[in-house]
Design a protein around this ligand. Structure first.
Ligand SMILES: *Cc1c(COP(=O)(O)O)cnc(C)c1O
Length: 343
């Protein structure tokens, strides 16, 4: 099982008119900082406020309603997933469009704003445990007991192909791109973009970015196989969670296709959220700014036209307001020390 450039082309046809063609805009501020053009792919312009709709639409379009459950592809009984919030929103949206029942399983770490957004789309929500693994266990129970079909947030060929359409759009708009900075969690986004981008531009630099607290893919790549990493709260909450010890696809694709993975601190994420807001006037989740954080912290050398993906905007506005005001942010035991934005 793998994902080919042809799978991504066909995903592009499936999502056309609903989840494609997001804006690609220049960032004058980052361009000045980096000394080369820096572009932002605005997935915050998606109907659900995040790129995950691409993969969810493609996966749900591939289900048939006939044979129910039991690990088959029949979706008559409905669909289920675990999620850090945005995948659940994508699945809820895509399921509603097909008139399917959707049950979204999430842990207590998921911000209330994301939970509310999913309920508003008519999906059922289950809050279980304190980690993505707990949420996954509940989702798998629903597959066994109620015959729902599970849609993995990142380890599913159709989901990966859907996310890969971003790579297709980027390289079609700008065949001269030298480097892509891709937020990285379970690796569905990075794997899909990498398949599309490498096919079009074999020499392009592909860099995955995660927060340094709980970066499961990075730890797994270092170990040479999927490993578990304790899940802790982060400003980049959408990047939390493991990659699954039985990872089938996204791990191998990230291992084979990414050039490197760079980690950024909570402090660097905090500052990059401020920069994106005050300089580019964009409100986005912590998970989106890991590429910007790496540029500002000098952790990545920009050597030509570079694009990063502003992956989602489904954030807790009270937390965003606190960061823009320079206040401390408390996440469990961990405090991100605040400071006012200074260019
Ligand atoms: C899911 C998500 C990511 C990471 O995607 P993966 O496929 O899990 O690597 C990044 N940013 C946002 C906003 C997300 O929702």
């Amino acid at each position: 099982m793998t994902v080919t450039p042809a799978d991504i082309q066909s995903a592009a046809r499936v999502i056309a008119g609903v989840a494609d063609a997001t804006p690609l805009v220049p960032s004058p501020f980052l361009t000045a900082r980096a000394g080369h053009e820096v572009l932002l792919k605005l997935e915050i312009a998606q109907p659900i406020g995040a790129f995950k709709l691409r993969g969810a639409l493609n996966a749900i379009a591939g289900l048939d309603e006939g044979d129910e459950g039991g690990g088959g592809t029949g979706a008559g009984a409905g669909v289920t997933c675990c999620s850090t919030g945005n995948h659940g929103r994508g699945v809820a949206y895509a399921a509603r469009a097909r008139g399917l029942r959707a049950v979204i399983c999430m842990s207590e770490l998921v911000p209330q704003a994301k939970v509310d957004g999913i309920r508003a789309l008519g999906a059922e929500v289950r809050i279980v445990g304190t980690s993505q693994d707990d949420a996954l266990a509940e989702s798998q129970r629903l597959v066994r007991d109620e015959g729902l079909v599970e849609i993995s947030p990142f380890d599913d060929p159709r989901v990966i192909a859907g996310q890969g359409t971003i790579g297709l759009e980027l390289l079609t708009a700008r065949p001269d791109l030298d480097c892509l900075l891709i937020p990285l969690s379970g690796g569905g986004l990075a794997a899909g973009i990498a398949v599309a981008a490498r096919a079009l531009r074999p020499d392009i630099r592909l860099i995955g970015l995660s927060m340094d607290r709980g970066a499961a893919m990075q730890a797994s790549l270092a170990a040479g196989h999927p490993v578990e990493v304790p899940e802790v709260p982060s400003l980049a909450d959408s990047l939390g969670g493991g990659i699954g010890l039985n990872n089938r696809l996204s791990f191998a694709l990230c291992r084979d296709l990414l050039d490197e993975v760079i980690l950024v601190t909570e402090q660097e994420i905090y500052r990059a959220m401020q920069a994106l807001y005050y300089e580019d006037r964009i409100v986005a989740e912590g998970a989106c700014v890991v590429g910007i954080a790496a540029i500002l912290a000098g952790k990545v050398t920009v050597t030509g036209p570079t694009a990063t993906i502003i992956t989602g905007r489904n954030l807790d506005m009270a937390q965003h307001a606190a960061i823009m005001a320079g206040q401390d942010v408390q996440m469990g035991e961990y405090t991100v020390k605040g400071s006012r934005y200074e260019p």
